[in-house]
Ligand binder design. Structure first.
Ligand SMILES: C[S@@+](CC[C@H](N)C(=O)[O-])C[C@H]1O[C@@H](n2cnc3c(N)ncnc32)[C@H](O)[C@@H]1O
Length: 226
């Protein structure tokens, strides 16, 4: 386990809470767009969500698990882990029927092959240390059932204003998950641009989002080829 990197991540998030985004029309739009694409992906999965066990790794405040609940995963099948105690505490208060653990994902105490779906949303871009990223990837592969699916959302571009973020390109994702097929599409209008659209968000966001180079993230599935 890499405690130095864990301490760095904790210190970074202690000083950085994106409160400015709440209520910003462009930011809300990009979340709506992402969630709509995610729901469409989930509806096409060859698994019954009502019988799935889902782990959200790096779950933050837990809201992604709520989306899975709304799509049919029972509360007792929803698990979240995160390094940050304050986020886990808030997640527990918001969603008392789901299971949350404060843990470093390098070493998680769930049984092998226990989850049908593991979600990782903007987690690997937060991890700068290669060793930690490899350990977290190994944890995911270990707890994922045969035929299980990773649902991925993360940024593909560097953030010039934030040196605590690394871009997750397809090349980098393949290095971490060599035995998985990537089914990823670019999504999300560059957030600094989206945030400036103001009252014109509804008309302009969809136009700009058609330009591939302006899409900052990948969303999609990683499927095991073994
Ligand atoms: C950018 S936030 C994303 C939170 C949430 N997934 C979301 O999309 O809102 C990244 C999260 O990953 C967590 N994280 C990073 N490295 C981790 C690790 N090794 N173990 C557990 N959580 C980790 C951080 O604590 C943080 O809450």
């Amino acid at each position: 386990m890499n405690s130095e990197e864990a301490d760095r991540i904790k210190a970074f998030y202690k000083s950085w809470e994106p409160t400015y985004d709440r209520g910003n029309p462009g930011f809300l739009k990009l979340l709506d767009e992402r969630d709509a694409r995610l729901k469409s992906l989930l509806s096409g999965l060859p698994v019954a969500l009502a019988r799935c066990r889902v782990l959200d790794l790096g779950c933050g405040y837990g809201s992604l698990l709520d989306l899975f609940h709304q799509q049919g995963v029972p509360a007792d099948g929803l698990f979240g882990i995160d390094l940050l105690p304050n986020r886990i505490e808030t997640a527990r208060m918001r969603y008392p029927n789901f299971t949350f653990k404060e843990a470093n994902a390098e070493d998680i105490d769930f049984p092998d092959k226990w989850f049908d779906i593991v979600t990782v949303f903007t987690v690997f871009s937060s991890i700068l240390d290669r060793g930690m990223a490899e350990n977290v990837a190994r944890s995911i592969v270990r707890v994922l059932a045969s035929g299980g699916i990773i649902v991925w959302y993360d940024m593909r571009y560097p953030n010039p204003w934030n040196r605590n973020i690394r871009p997750m390109t397809k090349h980098r994702i393949r290095e971490l998950f060599p035995s998985f097929e990537l089914q990823l599409k670019s999504l999300t209008l560059l957030p600094p641009l989206a945030r400036h659209l103001g009252h014109r968000t509804d008309s302009i966001y969809p136009l700009l989002a058609t330009v591939p180079i302006l899409r900052s993230h990948y969303l999609g599935l990683l499927r095991s080829t073994m």
